[in-house]
Design a protein around this ligand. Structure first.
Ligand code: KG4
Ligand code: ZN
Length: 348
């Protein structure tokens, strides 16, 4: 039975879900009502710590989650003016992500659910990113097409129902956010590189350097960003070897435009192939200002209806986890105390 049918049949009661997210470098807890309404959300970013090392150091991430999470959950409950007894379900990201970081959130959520006698729901991180759009767009319902673009993922997902998804394409090597971060690092920009490239690109000429647009086989919906990343690194190395100057703003703008050309081309092919005109953008890279502009232009040209969550809900947060958990819970999903962290959890 489809989730909406089940929901319509079920007597409507309010469900408050406490979500916990620790899959990478944000420690986050949120309380969301009926999958759509954020009652409280508290996120502590570790970016300033990891910036010192030029990227996320997994062991440091785990240790900081351990330090912060109890306070973050308490703060979220306080902000919601709720006790744990007022919460109906505890939800937690159990993959994919950094295994140590996931384990901290998972152990905490399992202990909390067990002690408070609340049902536990494990959430797939990508499904969480997709659900971020429900927090912003009250009218948004599946089916739709979703471009999930983050530091760890580049996926085109056909969201057929709240809990029914099919991955139509994925990166065969680097995720697009990873390419942004690596190129930024080669340009001497701090971590995370995505927002830095975005900022520098606004001052550069996107046509200055012709970096490759890797589209793979004809009609493939998969991605490959390692060739583009290598092309930028080779360009920079050649310039340095020849002792020639280069314009960091032009490099950022030309790289960014090449990556965006590929993202726009693939989502356009996917939309036409499955005949879907509703498109959701999510994940950290969906914060990119030029990508947002290009996607609006594409939507206008092709008649697509675009849904792009606020920047705050594109990057990792626990509200999106609580939102997805609501739909999982309504279809009857319950996780048990043996739920494990799965760093490479597949999207089913
Ligand atoms: O979704 P997210 O917070 O974490 C993962 O699940 O990976 O995404 C983080 C990624 C990083 O690679 C970061 O550089 C990228 O999102 N990012 C951006 C922008 N803001 C964040 N990439 C391009 N332009 C941006 N404005
Ligand atoms: Zn994420």
């Amino acid at each position: 039975m489809k989730v909406m049918e089940r929901m319509e049949m079920a007597e409507r009661t309010t469900i408050n879900i406490l979500g916990v997210e620790t899959s990478c470098d944000e420690t986050s807890a949120a309380i969301v009502r009926d999958g759509r309404e954020i009652i409280a959300e508290v996120t502590s970013s570790q970016i300033d710590i990891h910036r010192l090392y030029g990227g996320v150091v997994p062991e440091i991430a785990s240790r900081n989650h351990l330090l912060m999470l109890p306070y973050i959950v308490d703060e979220a409950l306080k902000e919601a003016q709720m006790a744990i007894s007022d919460v109906d379900v505890v939800a937690v990201t159990n993959g994919p992500g950094l295994v140590g970081a996931l384990l901290v959130g998972l152990s905490y959520a399992k202990a909390l659910a067990y002690a408070a006698k609340k049902p536990l729901v494990g959430v797939h991180h990508i499904k969480g990113h997709i659900a971020a759009a429900y927090l912003q767009y009250a009218q948004l319902k599946p089916p739709f097409l979703c471009l999930v673009i983050s530091g760890g993922h580049t996926n085109i997902v056909h969201v057929k129902g709240y809990c029914e998804m099919e991955s139509l394409g994925r990166s065969r090597d680097d995720a697009v956010g990873e390419a942004f971060d690596k190129v930024a690092r080669c340009l001497g920009l701090p971590y995370p590189g995505g927002p830095e490239i975005d900022r520098c690109a606004r001052l550069g000429n996107a046509e200055a350097i012709d970096f490759p647009r890797v589209l793979l086989e004809k009609d493939s919906l998969d991605f490959s960003f390692s060739g583009l990343k290598s092309a930028v690194i080779n360009y920079l190395n050649t310039k340095k070897m020849k002792d020639e100057p280069f314009d960091i703003y032009d490099v950022a703008a030309s790289f960014q435009e090449a990556a965006i050309d590929v993202l726009c081309e693939k989502i356009d092919i996917a939309a036409k192939r499955i005949g879907e005109s509703k498109i959701v953008l999510c994940g950290g890279v969906a914060c990119n200002s030029r990508l947002r502009q290009r996607m609006w232009q594409l939507g206008e040209r092709e008649g697509y209806e675009l849904f792009v969550p606020d920047v705050k809900y594109c990057t990792d947060n626990a509200a999106m986890i609580a939102s997805d958990a609501y739909y999982e819970y309504m279809t009857g999903k319950r996780s048990d105390i043996l739920l494990n962290a799965e760093p490479s959890l597949k999207l089913s």
